[in-house]
Design a protein around this ligand. Sequence first.
Ligand code: PHE
Length: 453
Amino acid sequence: MGQQNGREQWTSKLGFILAAAGSAVGLGNIWRFSYVAGEQGGAAFLFIYLIAIALIGYPLMATEMVIGRKTQKNPIGAFSALAPNTPWWLVGALGVLSGFVILSFYSVVAGWAMHYTVLAATGFSSTADYVDVFLGHITSTWVPLIWHAIFMALTVGIIAAGVVKGIQRTVRLLMPLLFLLLVALVVRGLTLPGSGAGVAFFLTPDFSAVTARTFLTAVGQSFFTLSLGMGALITYGSYLKQDENISDNAGWVVGLDTLVAVIAGFAIFPAVFALGFDPASGAGLAFMTLPAVFAEMPAGLFFGFMFFLLLSVAALTSAISLLEVVVAWVIDEKGWSRAKAAITVGSVIFLVGIPPVLGFSTLSHITFLGFDILDTYDFITGVVMLPLGGLLTCIFVGYVWRASNATKEINNPRGIINFGGWYNILISVVIPVAIAVVLVMGLYDVVSAHYGW
Ligand code: PHE
């Protein structure tokens, strides 16, 4: 990053796209996507998810980027700058809080990925039962706790150094590799005997099983996977130069992220069925099925090692964007040094992430609506807070800042995609109404199903 008026800026055109894509592509595309799609019926979920990505995700991503670029501020500062002396800064505050909580459990799952990297490097496939391996790991308390600490320390180290260029270069090199490994997994998964049922599950929608909860989960997943609704892209946009093309850049990030999720689906569901797993096995789905697919591949240990290593790297490039949101706010508003802000915030996030670790062992008696602690964090942030943040951002742009102002900033004469009247209708009516309906009906569905109303 270069400097302008004391604020760092991305130095290259590609830098911003890579950082934003690094934020979007992460555990959400592989771990979270596969298990929520598995629980919510597969193809019908995929269908609703893709609509949510196109209709809500893409316009909102451009919107967040432009709010950041226009104001050159963290999410809280950005809303105050556009609407001074109003309570709209609270939308930014909701975002900073979401980032804080998401990172606390995200780091725990990233720790699982790092542990699996080591397992693969040290002779994974000698163990036959991957369900036992997974459950044994998450219930072992200390090991996942230590990995959570290591992952948080890495995240803090990168943010404290402010070396976005270092991570940019890493991502540029490693993301294509993750992609290739996923494709190799797809090929192996599809050629396993009995994989056809998985392809059918992922591609043949059964809409009779769709409930309000399916919509809620799909909309929540579209926010989570695109890093939307909490100001990550406002923050990254705030380091953007004025002449960058937002509509096209947002299109690249959305397209890439969606491609990785769909490919992950093709890697995981055929294997789930071929190996006789239940697609609704919950948060461990990817961790229990993929090692078994690796075991069936020539040089499986090597591929397994590479895969979990790259998954950990993908998680790291997302985690830094989560931490950066909170740290940018602390630096801008409190005037702390970057290092002090990163270490302090990172330590508190580590502590907040301890209950989700213990929720599989010591604290396994604590549940909320039937969720364990990690799922509770995930549900409250990914399913409720992110869509709510997105909803409020739309109302803000539609009725306070005005869509015409956003469009003026988004459009670029050299761009392929041009934002016009359709954007105004989407941002001020269609998206907020859709999110509100999905939130109210979906939450009612979840709560009523739990209490048997
Ligand atoms: N998008 C990231 C993923 O898919 C997670 C994330 C959510 C990152 C919100 C930043 C903000 O893994």
